[in-house]
Design a binder for this molecule. Structure first.
Ligand code: UTP
Length: 480
């Protein structure tokens, strides 16, 4: 019975692959046992092959050229601090609105954690990386602790959705289980994988095998989250819970506010669908996406696509015109994701080509080979490319030192100057903890190390009225 089913599936898969010029993927099928055959067929069946064939023409055989068409203007943004009394009133109203949404259980937190984290080189899902300076709490734990604090403050659950990829899904689920879901409760955490795309050889234009019975696949980019939210049932779950807004964060930033009442409240007040936080760029050519209005539509132009002369343009006061850098923090309306997925025409985000070193199975050697230089194209979509598709979007400036301490690269040797590493992130976490404590009168001496648990404070005002030490002495290491 099973064999018949497998045979039928094999025939269908073979036909599909033949039609798109990739039948070699079944070359070693006969040598596999039934379980491995079924696994290979399942991998192949999960891919949209006509789409892959189209992308091989447009993005592998040819390098797509990015053209900035239409009018390009800087995107306006809400300032960090309100500019005048009217705006101060609006911020206060937005904050109160965000708090009300939290109190009424209308906000979900969504962490995209499907990336491969190759630059960090940590053996495990990036969310399991020990990120905090003293306790070495993992990134997932730090986010969970923020959610526990929000639950305590507002008396309602903020459910936590985590997107993985098939590569790190099981390890992620196991990590949550081993830590008893960090006290959030299994029912309020949903972990689901995103879809994958095959890696394509740059010279033969064939999809690569990682082994005789396995495709070389990689996650389809954080843009894949907008489909995975739907296909996983997460959106249905959110609707059933009455969630209105999704607070979107990346897995690599321990200082991110997992939910910011001001940000979420502004989206509710402005009736926008997908909005973003931004940092003023450090310099014109900083390697971050640039917020811009392209033909009046909110967009992010990747630094690789931003012409230098445009990036360097200044206004009459000498300030960068395009000073808004994207830090991948968004608030997304549940209805927007539902509309994208349920619309009659579906939706598509643009694909991006990345040339990478992808290990591949060499049948002559009978082993998997790790290439020395990039040999394959990986295809990804980016979540910010949904911005032009939405009705209404704003940008809110935030403070780098308060909210941005990404962990992207492995720490270098002392003095090596590697940025966005565990070491630089820990220092930023310590600095923020000390700043918050100093603001409520705690003297933090130079040479002390302080870690502030998210269950203690998710914002500076949470420290008011707490029983805190008067002084943290040089040389001491204190967790509060
Ligand atoms: P990065 O662009 O930093 O990529 O992802 P990465 O794969 O994690 O790391 P490198 O480039 O291999 O070193 C930014 C965020 O988007 C998520 C990541 O998990 C991270 O939170 N992401 C990225 C996904 O969820 N899926 C993807 O396919 C790609």
């Amino acid at each position: 019975m099973t064999t018949t089913t497998l045979d039928a599936r094999y025939d269908a898969v073979h036909k599909t692959l033949d039609a798109v010029g990739q039948p070699h993927l079944l070359e070693h099928y006969a040598s596999l046992d039934a379980d491995a055959q079924a696994a290979l067929l399942a991998q192949i069946e999960a891919i949209d092959w006509p789409e892959v064939a189209r992308l091989i023409e447009s993005h592998v055989k040819n390098k797509p050229s990015f053209e900035l068409a239409g009018t390009i203007e800087p995107a306006p943004s809400y300032p960090k601090q309100p500019a005048d009394d009217v705006q101060a009133e609006k911020y206060a109203e937005a904050y109160a609105t965000g708090e009300k949404l939290l109190r009424n259980g209308k906000v979900a937190a969504f962490c995209v954690a499907g990336g491969q984290g190759t630059r960090l080189g940590w053996d495990g899902p990036k969310g399991t990386f020990p990120a905090s300076p003293i306790r070495e709490a993992s990134l997932f734990q730090l986010f969970a602790e923020q959610l526990l604090k929000l639950r305590a403050k507002y008396g309602a659950v903020v459910p936590f959705y985590v997107m993985t990829s098939p590569i790190n899904h099981e390890a992620t689920v196991t990590f949550f289980e081993e830590h008893d879901f960090f006290g959030l409760g299994r029912d309020d955490v949903m972990v689901f994988p995103q879809a994958m795309m095959p890696a394509i050889d740059m010279t033969s234009f064939k999809c690569l095998l990682a082994g005789p019975g396995e495709l070389a696949l990689s996650p389809n980019g954080h843009g894949g989250s907008l489909k995975a939210l739907h296909t996983s049932g997460a959106i249905a779950d959110m609707k059933q819970r009455g969630i209105r807004q999704i607070s979107y964060l990346q897995v690599d930033n321990p200082l991110v506010k997992v939910v910011d009442p001001l940000f979420v409240g502004l989206q509710e007040l402005d009736d926008t669908q997908m909005s973003s936080k931004m940092l003023p760029k450090r310099d014109a050519l900083e390697k971050v996406g640039n917020f811009a209005l392209v033909d009046g539509k909110m967009s992010v132009i990747e630094y690789t696509n931003m012409p230098d002369d445009l990036a360097k343009q200044t206004d009459a006061d000498g300030n960068l015109k395009f000073n808004g850098g994207s830090i991948a923090i968004h608030v997304i309306a549940v209805d927007f994701v539902a509309e994208l997925n349920e619309g009659a025409q579906g939706f598509a985000l643009p694909w991006n080509r990345a040339e990478k070193k992808v290990p591949y199975y060499d049948p002559d050697k009978g082993e998997t080979v790790s290439p020395e230089s990039p040999n394959a194209v990986k295809l990804e979509t980016f979540v910010f490319d949904a911005l032009p598709l939405c009705d209404g979007s704003f940008v809110l400036e935030t403070a780098r030192e308060e909210e941005f301490a990404p962990i992207k690269n492995a720490s270098g040797a002392p003095g090596s100057g590697v940025q966005d590493s565990p070491d630089t992130s820990k220092q930023l976490q310590i600095d923020r903890a000390k700043r918050w404590l100093s603001n409520v009168g705690v003297l933090c001496e130079d040479g002390s190390v302080v870690e502030l648990k998210p269950t203690t404070a998710v914002e500076p005002s949470d420290l008011e009225r707490l029983d805190l030490p008067e002084r943290i002495e040089a040389g001491s290491r204190v967790v509060i």
